[in-house]
Design a protein around this ligand. Structure first.
Ligand code: PLP
Length: 457
């Protein structure tokens, strides 16, 4: 079968509209050729992110009606707490409104200047929270994880030799915790094997370093373990998840991904003393510990989403949908990062548009072409986001990869929507020699990709 069928039927629909070409053209110019400046109503298929964009189930919507909006001790908090305890096994659970707040709380409590946090790859908010608390965010993903065309079942694995070398060379008190990100978003949504997590956790235990997981896509990662890791195929995803987290001291979580919710997150831990300190900060910046910046109804949606995401017919569809999308693009000769990860397909813009130099932003040119041709929104992860000026030489240093990420929201688009996107890309490919590079007309000093503007060359 080419496509795994969706394990649900549609009960509510949200209309989307492909605007006429001349209107898309006008909007592109008004947006300064930056799709972040566009209203979502102008987008036909929105693959900007998989975060907070999930479609909730009837069970989650029903849960919203049972929201208890009491300031303290809302019943939904206890459902939420029980779901996290059942699934992850951590006794202490602190709700937050999204993942980066859990990171903020953890690092602002534990980090001091010059301390080091190793990870496979820090997500950008994780890195920013480590660095803004004076820490050093160290990425130690295996070498295969850095090569877009290399096939490896677990390209998100951390390099254990590098971890050991770091632990041996660094005083214990300079590493307040070690982390792993499941799946490795910054490395293309690639999974980490259970064997790698186990060995990393053992190293942490040997050196008495607390081990924390960035759990955003924990279920997708566990599904890959079940499919790809020898000896894991007969276990349930729920069992694999429970084992992963039994190896850890705690986790940070954005429920906007594998919580199947539009908002929410949590910090969880086995360490009561740390949790107490974190709760004190929580009251200051988020809210009382039984709601943590969320409405009672949102806590209920997350509690239900966390249990639903473990349904294996859902995960089979989810991962195979992204995989089939990647396979279709490959058949059409469109170069992508291999193998496809859990939540997105990444197009290699340097391979697709070899005639546009990095100084003219080929991945951004492709993101513009996607909107112009078919009303599709993806996101540039290339020179707009990652090029930097070298202070010594005064030269621009361009990143190794020029990518356009097409993130697939959970339970939102059907296979025919993604087939449409593949056809749009095929059409762009046919006249790729006509695509033009871009020149910046405005850029902010930090995180310029969100607000910069361009003109076409
Ligand atoms: C791996 C990872 N960690 C942390 C976060 C931050 O979560 P949030 O956007 O909910 O703050 C994200 C969000 O995309 C992520 O992908």
């Amino acid at each position: 079968m080419v496509f795994t069928p969706e394990p649900w039927r549609v009960k509510v629909v949200e209309p989307i509209r492909l605007l006429p070409p001349e209107e898309r053209e006008k909007l592109l110019v008004e947006a300064g050729f930056n799709v972040f400046h566009m209203a979502s109503d102008a987008i036909f298929i929105d693959l900007l992110t998989d975060s907070g964009t999930s479609a909730m189930s009837d069970n989650q919507w029903a849960g919203l009606m049972l929201g208890d909006e009491s300031y303290a001790g809302a019943r939904n908090f206890y459902n939420f707490e029980r779901a996290v305890q059942d699934i992850f096994g951590f006794p202490h659970v602190v709700p937050v409104h999204q993942g980066r707040v859990a990171e903020n709380l953890l690092f602002s409590t534990l980090l001091e200047d010059g301390m080091i946090v190793p990870n496979n790859s820090h997500f950008d908010t994780t890195r920013a929270n480590v660095e803004s608390n004076g820490g050093v965010a160290l990425d130690l993903v295996i070498d295969a994880g850095k090569h877009p065309q290399e096939q490896h079942p677990f390209k998100g694995n951390i390099d254990l030799d590098k971890v050991r070398a770091l632990f041996e060379a660094t005083p214990r008190k300079k590493i307040p915790l070690a982390m792993i990100t499941l799946t490795n978003n910054s490395g293309g949504g690639q999974p980490v094997s259970l064997a790698n997590i186990r060995a990393y956790a053992e190293l942490c235990r040997e050196f008495e370093i607390p081990f924390y997981v960035d759990a955003c896509r924990f279920a997708e990662n566990a599904w890959f373990i079940k499919q790809r890791e020898p000896g894991q195929g007969e276990r349930s995803v729920a069992e694999i998840v429970y084992e992963i987290f039994s190896l850890a001291d705690g986790c940070t979580m954005s429920a906007k991904k594998d919580g199947l919710a539009n908002i929410g997150g949590f910090f969880a831990s086995r360490n009561p003393e740390l949790v107490e300190r974190i709760k004190q900060r929580l009251v200051l910046i988020e809210g009382f510990p039984t709601y943590g910046g969320l409405a009672g109804r949102d806590l209920e949606a997350v509690a239900r989403g966390l249990r639903e995401v473990l349904h294996e017919d859902y995960l089979r569809f989810r991962i195979s949908q992204v995989e089939a999308f990647g396979r279709r693009l490959t058949e059409l000769g469109i170069p992508i990062v291999q193998p496809t990860g859990g939540h997105a397909v990444y197009i290699d813009a340097l391979g697709f548009l070899p005639d546009i130099p990095q100084a003219h932003f080929p991945a951004q040119a492709l993101a513009v072409a996607l909107y112009r041709q078919g009303g599709v929104r993806g996101v540039e992860i290339g020179s707009v986001m990652n090029a930097r000026l070298d202070a010594e030489s005064g030269e621009m240093v361009y990143p190794e990869l020029e990518l356009v990420r097409l993130a697939v929201p959970r339970r939102v688009y059907t296979n025919s929507h993604l087939q449409y996107v593949a056809e749009v890309l095929e059409e762009i490919g046919r006249h790729r020699d006509r695509l033009r590079g871009l020149r910046l007309t405005f850029e902010a000093p930090v995180l310029r990709h969100f607000t910069c503007r361009f003109e076409e060359l």
